[in-house]
Write a protein that binds this ligand. Structure first.
Ligand SMILES: N[C@@H](CCC(=O)N[C@@H](CS)C(=O)NCC(=O)O)C(=O)O
Length: 195
């Protein structure tokens, strides 16, 4: 049985959404974590090395980091196709954008939010305005990150864009508005929100 170490309204909600899309049985174990406002503490029940959410166990496997969890789940559970497998068309884009979310998109937008100046050649990500341009350019003319096929990218990056727009951490463009309306209209998104 899959166990998701989770806290509502955090990054682990993306994994709830993904599990709902995949239609695989899972249980959630709600754990505490260190919150932005200084409250909360690491929960010893959580296998994440830093006590962050999400973490996930599946039989003898233990995963942490949202992108790694998403890749593991979409490779292993294939009843619903949520990402191209190794050797399939689109795998290059799939892996690249999965890594882009925690490696580039999040740090860039968070640095801007907290007034941290970008340092070329030192920071492993790009400045936030360039990230916004890249995301808008990539999604132009596409329904989803991979074109016509909804995938885990639309949960990890699309869900992140949805959050960043709501939090006014990204500029809303008509295209991003349409895109996030499209992905959040899915029944699995509603199930995640209800949970
Ligand atoms: N890079 C991680 C980030 C996970 C993360 O920072 N989650 C937040 C909740 S949204 C957390 O657990 N924070 C607690 C802490 O930083 O100790 C991922 O994408 O899974």
């Amino acid at each position: 049985m899959i166990t998701l170490y989770h806290s509502p309204q955090t990054r682990s909600s993306s994994i709830v959404w993904l599990l709902e899309e995949l239609q695989v049985p899972y249980e959630t174990r709600v754990v505490g974590f260190r919150r932005f406002d200084g409250t909360g503490a690491k929960d010893p029940a959580n296998p994440h090395p830093h006590g962050k959410v999400p973490a996930l166990t599946d039989g003898g496997d233990t995963l942490f980091e949202s992108s790694a969890i998403a890749l593991y789940l979409t490779d292993k559970y294939r009843t619903v196709r949520m990402g191209p497998q190794a050797g399939e068309k689109g795998r290059d884009e799939y892996l690249s954008w999965l890594a882009y979310r925690p490696g580039v998109m999040e740090p860039a937008l968070l640095c801007r939010r907290f007034g941290i100046q970008h340092v070329y050649g030192a920071m492993g990500w790009a400045p936030a305005d360039e990230v916004e341009e890249a995301l808008n350019a990539h999604l132009k003319g596409r329904n989803y990150f991979l074109g016509d096929d909804f995938s885990a990218l639309d949960i990890l990056l699309g869900g992140g864009i949805h959050f960043m727009l709501q939090a006014k951490m990204m500029a809303e463009t008509p295209m991003l508005k349409d895109y996030t309306a499209r992905i959040t209209a899915r029944p699995a998104f509603a199930k995640m929100m209800a949970a």
